[in-house]
Design a protein around this ligand. Structure first.
Ligand SMILES: [Zn+2]
Ligand SMILES: [Zn+2]
Length: 516
């Protein structure tokens, strides 16, 4: 059984109605590891629905969290904002409403693209609207108990004057500097590091925030959460999940949600991704170069507890091939391979929007990678595809949209991540070259041989081999000659397929110029 079905069944055993939550602090580019969290939750959500359950998928953006430090991707001038809630800090590009929005909006757009449509809750509004008020009072009334739980479980000592509330200083607006002096409901008197002394009324929303270890369980109860996965960093013994479980049950009188622990996604050659260390690949960047169904497939095809190494180089092409193969198997066009598990469910969960009745028209992704380098415009690519019979004349709109989108992704991949070895450019003018005698001899004879053949990959391929053999020229040298006169480099994509996509007259003319 697929892991999402296993988790969904566990939930449905308890009851029919579920709230599946996922959350993120948008304090930096939201990376692909976070995408795993939300896609994992989305998979369980879809499985609960498909089994007749009633479910809600929610996404909590913790945009009331203070900025922890000036991250490497921020200007130095942000030093003055450290400690302020990220929803109150200006956005670095000046185009968004706030710092939090700057990162959140692009992530929410990415979610749309992968077909995830959660109900979004913003912590800043929940605090400011007073939705947290009751949870804050309960926490303050149970300060000693909460402190005890955290100290015992996390094995770390909290300061003597610790309270489960971070006051936001009214003067410097920082949430990390104020010390409580006296609590007398509904007021907390405080002294701030900036020198200000004041008091806040906790029945007025937005005057501070529960610390993370208390905020999380409080939120479970407020939103009625029954399932929320977390990364293995939070799942460590004594971690926030452990203390949260005790706090939600003992202080908030609410059962801890079910969960699954998901592993990190490693970027090949870079290790685990952490936004704060700059080793992250943002979800947005990844989606630019990965078709959305393929990104979903990467998550759905692996148990959450298995770590994934994402190879943004040639590995990405293999991943797309693997997905395309699964699609052919799903539609009964090919036999499954050994080791392909839960393939139907994996394929279905990989679809951003519904499952097509007919198999989408497939074109090997590698071919697209070659084609977009021959000509980046879709209408020209489409003409090449039609001329070379790689797509049927009556390709429908939906399939065309799909191929066009993939061509876009291939282009972005070439721009950002593709290794140099797969890149090339068809030179508009013949490159400056000094060809050897045997190269000229090869080109002359090759031109004669191709003038009468069908302009198709195999025929061209055979012509290259025959010409080489007849002249006793090593085949490698012949390929090199072809690449040199067209690309101005010594290597290139598979010659037969490559040349077939170019206009035959263009190739003949180029050879003429080269042998002149
Ligand atoms: Zn911005
Ligand atoms: Zn202050």
């Amino acid at each position: 059984m697929h892991w999402a079905d296993v988790l969904a069944e566990e939930l449905l055993k308890e009851k029919k109605k579920h709230v599946l939550a996922t959350g993120i602090t948008p304090s930096g580019p939201i990376h692909i590891g976070n995408m795993r969290e939300i896609l994992t939750t989305d998979a369980v959500y879809r499985s609960v629905l498909s089994k007749g359950g009633d479910a809600n998928l929610i996404y909590v953006a913790d945009d009331f969290d203070p900025l922890r430090k000036v991250y490497p991707y921020l200007p130095k001038t942000y030093e003055k904002y450290v400690g302020m809630p990220i929803s109150d800090i200006p956005c670095p590009c000046k185009k968004h409403k706030s710092y939090a929005d700057h990162y959140l909006i692009s992530f929410l757009n990415s979610l749309k693209e992968v077909g995830v449509r959660p109900e979004v809750h913003r912590a800043s509004l929940m605090y400011k609207n007073g939705e947290y008020n009751e949870a804050i009072k309960i926490a303050m009334d149970n300060t000693d108990k909460i402190k005890d739980i955290i100290q015992k479980i996390s094995k770390r000592q909290l300061p003597k004057d610790w309270i489960p509330f971070n006051i936001r200083c009214e003067k410097c607006k920082k949430m990390t500097n104020a010390k409580a002096v006296l609590y007398d409901y509904p007021y907390i008197e405080y002294i701030c590091g900036c020198g200000y002394e004041g008091k806040v009324d906790i029945t007025k929303g937005g005057v501070g925030k529960l610390p993370w270890r208390v905020d999380w369980p409080a939120r479970w109860k407020m939103l009625g959460v029954t399932f929320e996965p977390f990364g293995k960093d939070l799942g460590t013994v004594g971690g926030a999940r452990d203390t949260g479980e005790r706090i939600v049950e003992e202080i908030y009188d609410y059962p801890a949600p079910k969960y699954t622990v998901y592993e990190f996604i490693m970027l090949k050659g870079k290790g685990a991704m952490h936004s704060s260390k700059g080793t992250a690949l943002s979800a947005e960047e990844m989606l630019k170069m990965t078709p959305p169904e393929v990104l979903r497939f990467l998550i759905m095809n692996n148990q959450p507890g298995k770590h994934i190494v994402f190879d943004s180089g040639l590995g990405l092409l293999n991943l797309v091939d693997e997905y395309d193969k699964l699609e052919r198997v799903y539609f009964g066009k090919e036999e499954p391979e050994k080791g392909m598990k839960d393939l139907e469910k994996t394929y279905e969960l990989s679809q951003p929007e519904g499952i097509k009745k007919k198999m989408p028209y497939q074109l090997p992704y590698r071919h697209l990678v070659t084609l977009v380098q021959i000509d980046p415009s879709w209408s020209n690519i489409k003409n090449i595809l039609l001329r070379t019979n790689q797509i049927p004349k009556e390709l429908d709109k939906e399939n065309e949209r799909h191929l066009k989108q993939r061509a876009e992704h291939a282009k972005n991949w070439l721009d950002i991540f593709a290794p140099e070895m797969v890149k090339f450019e068809v030179k508009k003018q013949i490159p400056k070259l000094k060809l050897q005698k045997d190269q000229i001899e090869f080109l002359k004879s090759f031109k004669d041989n191709i003038s009468s053949i069908k302009w198709e990959p195999e025929d061209i391929h055979n012509a290259i081999y025959e010409t080489s053999e007849n002249l006793n020229i090593p085949i490698k040298a012949s390929f090199k000659t072809i690449y040199q006169i067209i690309l101005g480099q010594e290597k290139g994509p598979r010659a037969g397929f490559f040349l077939s996509n170019l206009d035959k007259n263009f190739v003949l003319k180029r050879i003429e110029e080269a042998v002149k």
